[in-house]
Design a protein around this ligand. Structure first.
Ligand code: URA
Length: 266
């Protein structure tokens, strides 16, 4: 019978927690399979995406932001929004996609996780975070006793795969903004977790470093936002995984606070 120490060992976090003198009880709930998957280092994951600064200066087709389109999208229901996303040609990313990747999960989820943009497997399958980064995300969800498809919605800043998995440009993120904004309006999550810098910039409007953004609760409109590293980045080292763990713990505490506030307010 596996103990919670076994799960932490698989996460490569046991030694660190022992040194800190605390074993988090959340670890007990993580399943053996997802805990093991966080330790998988797969070369298919691109952990060296160009930084946003570099993408900003890369040659991209200029994007015209159409306020009438944004206003139209802001009134759509789920079906119309899905159809709009599937046929979107608001930026050049549509040219090379196999399909737009809309998002997945409970349409009134309390938790919303926002990533950067689809990779090759997501482009193929039409669902966010189905590749190796997705296994890591599932492990992060399990760490706070959540499960994809239940109380969680998963979406991306851009709905079409950037060629070569490059970071989406700010213009591409802006062209896709009405779609993500409307998803958030329809879901009305209690808390958003921004996965990586592209998501955190888009949600908070701040391009401060991830190190500066982590550890505090930010806002998207009036919804609390917790910033954490992209799951692919968390593969890099034990220290990074530990930070991801801490961020998920902060998110869980903030969610408990939001639930308490909302039940007090009836
Ligand atoms: N990375 C992301 O940011 N989103 C995905 O859907 C897959 C990988």
């Amino acid at each position: 019978m596996r103990t919670h120490e076994d799960y932490l060992r698989e996460l490569e976090l046991l030694d660190t927690f022992q040194q800190l003198g605390r074993i988090p009880t959340e670890a007990v709930k993580a399943s053996a399979e997802v805990a093991a998957s966080i330790a998988v280092k797969d070369e298919r994951i691109n952990t060296s995406r160009p930084p946003l600064q570099a993408a900003k200066t890369a040659a991209v087709t200029p994007i015209t932001i159409d306020p009438a389109r944004a206003a139209r999208i802001a009134t759509m229901d789920w079906a119309a929004l899905r159809a709009e996303t599937a046929s979107c040609s608001a930026c050049g990313l549509c040219k090379q996609r196999k399909q737009a990747v809309f998002g997945v999960g409970a349409e009134s989820a309390a938790w919303l996780f926002v990533g950067e943009g689809p990779g090759a497997e997501e482009d193929e399958q039409g669902e966010p975070f189905v590749g190796q980064a997705g296994k890591l995300l599932d492990a992060m969800l399990a760490a706070v006793s959540l499960q994809r498809g239940r109380e969680v919605y998963i979406a991306n800043v851009v709905k079409c795969r950037p060629p070569g998995n490059r970071t989406p440009t700010l213009d591409e993120a802006a062209a896709c903004a009405p779609l993500l904004d409307r998803q958030i309006d329809l879901i009305q999550p209690k808390l958003i977790v921004g996965l990586g810098k592209t998501a955190v910039i888009r949600l908070t409007g701040s391009d401060a470093s991830m190190a500066a953004m982590r550890g505090a609760v930010h806002r998207y409109r009036d919804i609390p936002v917790v910033a954490t590293y992209h799951p692919a980045y968390l593969l890099r080292s034990l220290t990074e995984k530990l930070k991801g763990w801490e961020d998920m713990s902060l998110a869980r505490r903030e969610m408990a606070k939001q639930v308490a506030i909302q039940s007090e307010n009836g």
